[in-house]
Design a protein around this ligand. Structure first.
Ligand SMILES: [Zn+2]
Length: 234
């Protein structure tokens, strides 16, 4: 399964009439946030493939008369996977939106709030363990994990909870954005335990062999012990 991942900047190669030809073998699109709605809608329309996304800290808003002013608008035809896990043709994909809280804006969380969001995903992830022998294959986030591809300023610091998420649930990939890459040699990929962390800034292509998904990689007992130890389940 070939996956096109997007975030943060509009790429001419993607927003092009040739998109369907260039990415014809892509099965799925994942967006890690901070992209214009019309860009996501263009991709989903032109490729005709499922697009799952999480919001970044910069989201488009629209004024709605009689509805109390500005509110976030969702891209049409795309599916928001914040705080849940979906099963796409056997591939388990989850999402966690937003960045560290640095202002009063939407989609911002403190370390504590993000830890709570991760903790409350435990029942759903545990159910996946029981059903599929694994909790999740890909976690899509906007912000990076703490200490991996993150920055020093509050806005660009990564979340500690994502490290714990990877230690306990062992997703194959954590796809994030938020950290802009201005140099060709900037670090984009880091291995953390069993997870490949990718900053998709712009776009990336990842490929997953579907045949390997069916093999349970962890025994439920072992997984449960980890979750109990993390305090996420009793
Ligand atoms: Zn951002």
């Amino acid at each position: 399964m070939k996956i096109l991942t997007l975030s943060d900047v509009v790429v001419d190669l993607v927003q092009s009439p040739l998109i369907a030809q260039r990415f014809k073998d892509v099965d799925l699109v994942l967006s890690a946030g901070d992209l214009p709605l019309d860009y996501l809608e263009y991709v989903v329309t032109m490729l005709g493939k499922r697009l799952y996304y999480v919001n970044g800290n910069h989201v488009q808003q629209a004024f709605h008369e009689g509805q109390g002013g500005m509110r976030t608008v969702e891209p049409e035809g795309c599916i928001n996977i914040h705080h849940r896990v979906v099963n796409h043709r056997g591939l388990l994909i989850g999402g966690l939106e937003g960045s560290m809280r640095y202002s009063q804006g939407e989609h911002q969380y403190t370390q504590r709030e993000m830890s709570l969001l991760v903790a409350t995903m435990a029942p759903c992830l545990w159910w996946n363990y029981l059903r599929y022998g694994r909790a999740i294959d890909i976690l899509v986030t906007h912000a990076p994990p703490q200490g991996i591809h993150d920055g020093q300023d509050l806005c660009h610091q990564g979340f500690r909870a994502f490290l714990r998420f990877m230690e306990v649930y062992k997703p194959r990939y954590l796809i994030h954005g938020h950290t802009h890459l201005y140099r060709q040699d900037a670090r984009r990929i880091t291995q953390y335990h069993e997870t490949t962390v990718i900053n998709t800034y712009g776009f990336q292509i990842i490929e997953i062999d579907e045949a390997t998904l069916a093999q349970p990689r962890r025994k439920p007992k072992e997984a449960k012990d980890r979750m109990v130890k993390a305090g996420w389940i009793k």
